[in-house]
Design a protein around this ligand. Structure first.
Ligand code: NAP
Ligand code: GCO
Length: 266
C-alpha cells in the first residue's frame, strides 16, 4: 500500500480555537504531515501567542481573530483565508467550552452559551467551508466530539447535549455531502490533560491527587489521562486520503474508557 495516502502536503487545514490545547496538538500533527495551518481564536493576544508557539515548533501558521459563534465573522474569516492562504481542504471544529454546573442551578443563558460554541458554531463553520469543498471536489471535516457524545455525568448537561448533537451533526453532514467526496467524521477524545480539564486534576491541599483524577485513572484501561498529542495521529488519518471511505464515524481516542466498567475496588 502506498503510504503517501497519509500525506497532507498541499492541503490547507483550518483548526478552530487552536492557540493551545487539543487544537494546537492536532494542528502540529497536520503540519508534520505537510498541511498549511490556519487557526483562529477569540482574542488577538491569544492568536499572537499561538503564532509564536507554532513558530517555535517550526510551523509558519496563519492566525486570525474570530469568534466561531458569529456567523458573519466566520463567513468573513473563510473568505479572507481563501484569498490570503487558499481554499480550505480540511476543517477541524475544535473550539469549545464547558460549564460544570448542576443542571437545576444552570441558567438558560449559560446552557445556550455552551450549545452556541460547541454545537451551533461547528454548524456555522462547516456551512461556510462546504461550498468551496464541493467546487474543489473534495473536503474533510473533523468535529471534536467527546465521551460525552455517548455518556452523561453530573454537572455537564449542556456540554453533553452539545457533544451528543455534534455526533449527529457529523452523521448528517456525512449523509448530505458524502456524494461530493466530502468526508465528515468525529474524534471523541477521552480525558485529556489540557487547560479545560485542569480543574479536575488539581492537587488537593493535602498534596493528594484530585478525587476526579483518581476516578478517571481507575476508569481508563490505559491508567492515565490522555495527552493532546495522542489525538494528532487519528486526526491526520481522518484528514488524509487514507480515510476517503470513512464517513459519519466518531473515532474515540480515549485509552479504552468507553469499553471498560472500571477497576474493581481492591
Ligand atoms: P481548551 O484548552 O479550553 O481550548 C479551547 C479553545 O477553544 C481555546 O483556544 C479557546 O479560546 C477556543 N474557543 C473557545 N470559545 C471560542 C469561540 N467562541 N471562538 C473561537 N475560539 C473559541 O480546550 P481543549 O481541552 O483543548 O478542548 C478542545 C476541544 O476538545 C473542545 O471542543 C473540547 O470540548 C474537546 N474535548 C476536550 C477534552 C479534554 O479532556 N480536554 C475531551 C474531549 C473533548 P479562548 O482561550 O480564547 O477561550
Ligand atoms: C468533564 C470533562 C469531560 C472532558 C471530555 C471527555 O468535565 O467531564 O471536561 O467532559 O472534557 O469531554 O471526553
Amino acid at each position: 500500500m502506498d503510504m503517501s495516502c497519509f500525506s497532507l502536503t498541499g492541503k490547507v487545514a483550518l483548526v478552530t480555537g487552536a492557540s493551545y490545547g487539543i487544537g494546537f496538538a492536532i494542528a502540529k500533527g497536520m503540519a508534520s504531515a505537510g498541511a498549511t495551518i490556519v487557526f483562529n481564536d477569540i482574542k488577538q493576544e491569544l492568536v499572537d501567542k499561538g503564532l509564536a508557539a507554532y513558530k517555535e515548533a517550526g510551523i509558519d501558521a496563519h492566525g486570525y481573530v474570530c469568534d466561531v459563534t458569529d456567523e458573519d465573522a466566520v463567513n468573513n474569516l473563510v473568505a479572507t483565508i481563501e484569498k490570503e492562504v487558499g481554499v480550505i481542504d480540511i476543517l477541524v471544529n475544535n473550539a469549545g467550552i464547558i460549564k460544570r454546573i448542576p443542571m437545576c442551578e444552570m441558567t438558560a443563558a449559560q446552557f445556550r452559551q455552551v450549545i452556541d460554541v460547541d454545537l451551533n458554531a461547528p454548524f456555522i463553520v462547516a456551512k461556510a467551508v462546504i461550498p468551496s469543498m464541493i467546487k474543489k471536489g473534495h473536503g474533510k471535516i473533523i468535529n471534536i466530539c467527546s465521551m460525552m457524545s455517548e455518556l452523561g455525568r453530573e454537572t455537564v448537561s449542556a456540554y453533553a447535549a452539545a457533544k451528543g448533537g455534534l455526533k449527529m451533526l457529523t452523521r448528517n453532514i456525512c449523509s448530505e455531502y458524502g456524494e461530493y467526496n466530502i468526508q465528515c467524521n468525529g474524534i471523541g477524545p477521552g480525558y485529556i490533560a489540557t487547560p479545560q480539564t485542569a480543574p479536575l486534576r488539581e492537587i488537593q491541599p493535602d498534596g493528594s491527587r484530585h478525587p476526579f483524577d483518581q476516578f478517571i485513572i481507575s476508569k481508563t484501561p490505559a491508567a492515565r489521562w490522555g495527552d493532546a498529542e495522542d489525538l494528532a495521529g487519528p486526526a491526520v488519518f481522518l484528514a488524509s486520503d487514507a480515510s476517503n471511505f470513512v464517513n459519519g464515524h466518531v473515532l474515540y481516542v480515549d485509552g479504552g474508557i468507553l469499553a471498560y466498567i472500571g477497576k474493581q475496588p481492591q
